[in-house]
Design a protein around this ligand. Sequence first.
Ligand code: C5P
Length: 332
Amino acid sequence: MTGVSHESGYDHQIVTSVARLSPAAITARVPAKINLQLAVGPARADGYHSLVTVFHAVSLFDEVTVLPAGEMSLSVSGEDADVVPVDQSNLAWQAAVALAKAAGLRDAAAEIRIRKRIPVAAGLAGGSADGAATLVACNELWQTGLSATELAEIGAGLGSDVPFALAGGTVVGRGRGEQLTPALAAGTYHWALAFGSEGLSTAQVYATCDRLRAARVAAGKQPPPGEPELSHPLMTALRSGDPARVGPLLSNDLQPAALSLRSRLRRTLAAGREFGALGAVVSGSGPTCAFLAKSPSHAREIAVGLTGAGVCRAVARASGPVPGASVVRDGS
Ligand code: C5P
């Protein structure tokens, strides 16, 4: 299963069906993700790693606007805009092409405008988010009428995190991250996010993880990695909705690799703990560090403290879970 429905009650309007004959512009908003658990297994024959992860969508959003056009084009503004490719290598562009193909539309094109707030190569799945938002927006622009499940299937072909960016919420991912099942999570969690000064390549972090593990196995310090397993204590804590129970159970098998590539992240994690974070973890392949707070005001305290300590490039506050990529009404 790649599509997941989420509960209503979120704080912005989601347009589920809009009957517009020739829409001028469609905007979709899409959240960043953090991983509450990331358990990584051995490399598979296709080079990907089997994993079990608990994805959690947080209120740090990119926006993608698509407009009718005679040929494909893409522009980017906002956070890290200068390092985002504006050609076919951008997942948003690939998403539009893949959707047109799946829907049997020949010569379909769009002008894609991305407004970024999610930093690039940060472990927050920003590129996947833009791909997901483009799928949702072009599905509306071209009135293709593909279902959420069909969009998730196209998304899985674009990148491991794209189906989750479509789904949002708090969700368990398996396979290479694209097979989703809902997690029963209660409550709202408040986060401080610390952004690093240089991005990390996801592929490089996975390769470093393999190398570090191989060295430890060769030295007899650990057995070869087995199939990854979901943390049941974490799932129980998430059902309770108590951040004090969730915080100590955050885990990420890629963290040692990210720390070996960016040793200064140790100081970032330690600083967040000093400011009372209930949990501190590298998000995905890093370098973003996520700190679980007791409350919105505590998240602000942690963010201010991290800034004062000079242990990161920038900070943000966010809460989760929030819904996945969705078309937003004008002005919302
Ligand atoms: O799927 P995506 O393009 O986001 O993956 C980027 C890279 O991350 C892959 O090329 C691979 O090196 C690594 N990866 C992995 N196992 C996963 C997901 C990603 O090894 N489950």
